[in-house]
Design a protein around this ligand. Sequence first.
Ligand SMILES: C=C(O[C@@H]1C=C(C(=O)O)C=C[C@H]1O)C(=O)O
Length: 101
Amino acid sequence: MGAVTPDDAREELLRLRASIDNLDAALVHLLAERFKCTEQVGRLKAHAGMPPADPEREAVQIARLRALSESSGLDPHFAEKFLNVIIAEVIQNHRQFLDEE
Ligand SMILES: C=C(O[C@@H]1C=C(C(=O)O)C=C[C@H]1O)C(=O)O
């Protein structure tokens, strides 16, 4: 392979960053849809007198995402940390719905 010129490198960087921008936008859209869903779950639970957190469901979700991560080349430890941050935010929202009831 020949030497990479600064112009080639800049072009490749721009190409990769354009993909990163698209992927970040997709992540934001996916998260927004997930939070719309969990909001409905939270309101349903608050109305039905169910607790905001469901540790059994969380354990199933974490195991599932860890397995998916392993098969797709994502660090499963990172996937678990990421999901835990999201779940903590969801549970905090669910507690607020409970207070509003
Ligand atoms: C969304 C729910 O509420 C909480 C949030 C979860 C999540 O974000 O995946 C999973 C379990 C619950 O602790 C649910 O019970 O399904």
